[in-house]
Structure formats: structure tokens, C-alpha cells
Write a protein that binds this ligand. Sequence first.
Ligand code: SF4
Ligand code: SF4
Length: 115
Amino acid sequence: MEKLLAYCGLDCAECPARKAHLTNDDALRAETAARWTKEFGFPFTAAMVDCTGCTQAGAKIGHCSDCGMRACGLAKGIANCGACAEYASCAKLGGFLGQVPLAKANLEAFRARKA
Ligand code: SF4
Ligand code: SF4
């Protein structure tokens, strides 16, 4: 499946919140909320698992709505953090990518394509 990169480099195309939104799947919302609550130690509700993907026009965003990287990328008018001049020096992004290698690999691949 073609990737749909979030500002942070996560692939929204693979995210259950987007899948649940596209298929209006309440069971997937509930099951994902329970899993994420265990994994991340935050009380996710099923209503939070409902997202178009954070870069989409008129986006309905679930738990990523308060993402600082998204807010920053939107303000800069860039496709994602991989397109940012501060990519290598940004502490906000660096902290996240240090914890999520897959997002880092996605942004590195994006940058390689643009080089
Ligand atoms: S919650 Fe939304 S913005 Fe966040 S990774 Fe999933 S689809 Fe993307
Ligand atoms: S400054 Fe950091 S958070 Fe903002 S767009 Fe650039 S890399 Fe992303």
C-alpha cells in the first residue's frame, strides 16, 4: 500500500485510526483503544481512534490532534518534517524519531527521494 506520511513520519495508511475512519469500524476503534491504552499508558477512548490522517485537507484528527510536530509543519506549510530545513537539528522531532525508528526510516526515505 502506498505510504501516507504524517508530519512526524508515521505512515497514516497503516494506522488503525485511519482504517477505522475509512471503514467506519467501531470494533476496530474499541479494540485499538484498548490496545493503545495498555501500550502507551494513556486512557484512549474509541472516539479518539478516528482519523483521516493528519496531512489530509479538512482532516479529522484523533489523538494526534495536539501533535506539536503537526502544528509546526502546518505553520511552515511543508509536506512533513522531512521537508524541513531544521530536520537534523530539531529537538522535538529528534526526540520522537529516537523512539520510533520506523518513522525515522520513512522520513529518511522521503528525504532521499527529494534529494
Ligand atoms: S492517528 Fe491519524 S495522524 Fe496519527 S498516525 Fe494515525 S492516521 Fe496518522
Ligand atoms: S521545526 Fe521540527 S517539528 Fe517543526 S517542521 Fe521542522 S522538523 Fe518538524
